[in-house]
Write a protein that binds this ligand. Structure first.
Ligand code: FMN
Length: 311
């Protein structure tokens, strides 16, 4: 059976987006945007902001489990925060070893850790020891910082440290987000692993998914950016509702409303524009809608125009 994960994407797959996308079907598991841990234990408020689903059993309204993702370079504070997230109800803790952002790497978190399998082991092992045994601790890596070959020892370190599963974004930090994703590393990792490996990177269409499945031999896949271009991709892969005429643009007014209820209308305007900016590349009509609304800064004007163009 195929399992599909919605990728964590900071500034994109927040609570509102997770709720909307999991409501469309096909997604088995979500991960929050990363919460960066330096040296202190966050107050509960911060965990609830990062993962409002903690208040509803760590699941979206559709019932999809949400893991809390932590990022950082210091094992002890990561373990403290992971333990607190578990106490607050997190169904699992995911550790991010893939973030390419300069500020994150300068502070010794994210992809820079891929240079040392010992540190990956130490962090996962320390977190694993601190979090109750029934709560899975998982990890997400890139192939390496600049050398993809290190994925083998890093994957081994993650498994030996007690990771329940491992997501592999099949590019190095140096590759950034440039296609292709090097899925062919996954069978090499799988050959030496007993834990579940989740394939991630460059799945944009059902055909990409099929090729990725063929190359990797995986049953578990994580999809990120394509979720905005085609929010129905997950259900299409799972072959649910094949007869539906998919019109992602129709989701925008509801999304605006949900963002407004969650925070405010400025946030709703920014996020809806952000989504429209992704959708426009899929369709000329959406491109022209984007062109008309992108300059509108006042939320009421933006929303009015959007509604008018969509009727
Ligand atoms: C805007 C953006 C934000 C991201 N934020 C995170 C994050 O918070 N944590 C994480 O592990 N990965 C993050 N990623 C990486 C994605 O989870 C995923 O690994 C990457 O986009 C490759 O998958 P894709 O080709 O399906 O998009 C982010 C990616 C993007 C584009």
């Amino acid at each position: 059976m195929v399992n599909l994960f919605l990728a964590p994407m900071e500034g994109v797959t927040d609570f509102v987006m997770r709720d909307l996308l999991t409501g469309l079907g096909g997604i088995d598991q979500c991960v929050t945007e990363f919460l960066r841990v330096t040296d202190k234990l966050y107050p509960d408020r911060v965990f609830f902001e990062n993962c409002p689903e903690l208040k509803t059993g760590s699941r979206t309204r559709a019932g999809t489990p949400v893991f809390v993702q932590l990022l950082g370079g210091h094992a002890e504070p990561l373990a403290e925060n992971a333990s607190r997230a578990a106490e607050l109800g997190a169904l699992g803790i995911d550790l991010n070893f893939g973030c390419p952002a300069k500020t994150v790497n300068r502070h010794d978190g994210g992809a820079t850790l891929l240079k040392s399998s010992n540190r990956i082991f130490d962090i996962i092992h320390t977190v694993r020891k601190k979090v109750p045994a029934h709560i899975p601790v998982t990890a997400k890596i890139r192939l390496g910082f600049d050398d993809p070959r290190v994925c083998l020892e890093n994957a081994k370190a993650a498994e030996e440290a007690g990771a329940a599963w491992l997501t592999v974004h099949c590019r190095t930090k140096t590759d950034g987000y440039k296609p292709p994703a090097y899925w062919e590393w996954i069978p090499k990792i799988k050959e030496q692993s007993r834990i579940k490996i989740i394939a991630n990177g460059e799945i944009w269409t059902v055909d990409d998914f099929k090729r990725c499945a063929q190359v990797t031999g995986c049953q578990d896949f994580m999809i990120g950016r394509a979720a905005l271009r085609n929010p129905y991709l997950f259900s299409q892969i799972k072959q649910i509702d094949q007869d539906t005429k998919y019109q992602p643009i129709r989701l925008l007014p509801g999304f605006f409303k949900a963002c407004e209820a969650y925070l405010n209308e400025d946030f709703a305007t920014a996020r809806t524009k952000q989504w429209l900016n992704q959708l426009r590349v899929t369709d000329d009509r959406i491109q022209s809608i984007f062109d008309e609304v992108k300059i509108l800064k006042k939320p009421t004007e933006f929303k009015q125009k959007l509604d008018q163009l969509l009727t």
